[in-house]
Design a protein around this ligand. Sequence first.
Ligand SMILES: Cc1ncc(COP(=O)(O)O)c(C=O)c1O
Length: 334
Amino acid sequence: MKLDEVPRLSLGFLPTPIEKLERLSAELGIDLSVKRDDFTGFGGGGNKVRKLEYLMADAVSQGVKVLITTGGHQSNHARMTAAAARKFGMKPILVLRGNRPDVLQGNLLLDHLLGAEIDFLDPDAYFTEINPRMQHHADQALARNEKPYIIPLGGASALGAMGYVSAVRELAVQYAEADRPAPDLIVAPVGSGGTLAGLLIGCAMFWPETKVAGIAVSGSAVPFEERIAVMANAGAELLGFDRHFEATEIRIENGYVGQAYSVPSPEGNAAISKVAQVEGMFLDPVYTGKAVAGLMDCVKRGTIAQGSKVLFVHCGGSPALFPHAELLTRDRNA
Ligand SMILES: Cc1ncc(COP(=O)(O)O)c(C=O)c1O
């Protein structure tokens, strides 16, 4: 199947802009631009909008009435999925990792405004209960004669990855129109890995000279390189694209997670302040702050070469800044 033959619904405000970071580039000694996928727009924006264009096409074609997904407390993916459910007249159910807080802040507030049913799972039980809980909600919907659809954590599937295959095609067109040479390296945060899988396929198809590096923002029981290779191979197969990805060719930087997924790190917080104060651009404490901290450290250590043309994919996430207001202001004043 060709990329244009994979069923897709329009959700995002695309193409998103590319912004050159002139001042940060000069400080780092690289040529740094950002793909502003925090401006995909729909449902507050972020990378998942691109994946949802494909996943929702599948759900809508099946006459789905109840859309179920999962994520962390401040999941951007869950918020955008809930918004997509509403857009197509479905009921959103979110199975979230964490206990119900006293005040719904950030993405949780937006989930609430979207009228999503939220099933809070105890953090310790989450990883064993996540699939049975989502299946439980699907079974209940079926018993009510409402067709359910489960979107996996992060929308990480071969179909979801199509969002970033088409993002690379969009980039290649934008660069060609601006008469710019392709970047040497694309850098993106890695949560579930679907974005990176799509970027790998997309670069192999449209920008064969461009390398891809992911900055992990969480740990992973199965190494990300292996998980992403499986997803990228499934995506390539879906497209009938003759390319096999080996785990060993996938570059993941694992040193920037900090204490744990979704726990802000001092380096990530410093990157948030730095980019805001040098470029007027907002990052987030769960994904992009840690990813930019990683990118800057790779430049410092020389694993991203001086003078190279780097494109960072800003995947969104700014709603998660607000629940961390106290910590972020404390760190800055320290
Ligand atoms: C802001 C932001 N950045 C990065 C990611 C990671 O993307 P992926 O799950 O495709 O690895 C997410 C996922 O939820 C996100 O919300």
